[in-house]
Write a protein of this length. Sequence first.
Length: 147
Amino acid sequence: MDAQVADPFPGVEDDSAEHAESGDRDEHQGEHPGQGVQHGLEATRRILTGASDPPRVIILTTSDLDDLVYAALSAGASGFLLKDVTPEHLVSAVRLVRSGDALLAEATVKTHVARILAKLGLRDRVQAVVMAYETGLVTPGTVARST
């Protein structure tokens, strides 16, 4: 008996053979030709573009570069995790994103916070809060708006 499975992502082409033959490999894709960063971002865009009920997408990668995180979220991904995530955290992430929330890997968040603090010349989050009050970004008695 021959079984056929419909393409779950029509219009998203697998170009792995092309990349394997040409040697054209993204520096972040490791040992999986055609499954590199740009391929995953383009697949995310195509999957989400024009869908009446778009699925939620979680990007799994080995890199937490600022540009990659921004590109993934700009492409419409609901989550961004590093591939070394534990199975339990991955399951939790899928449940969280399915419920409508977005997420970033804890290590990614810590990296970005550290970079922001360094750029501002601050030693920790407490100094960031003080700076926010001193510059008028936050005023006493204001309540954060939820989005």
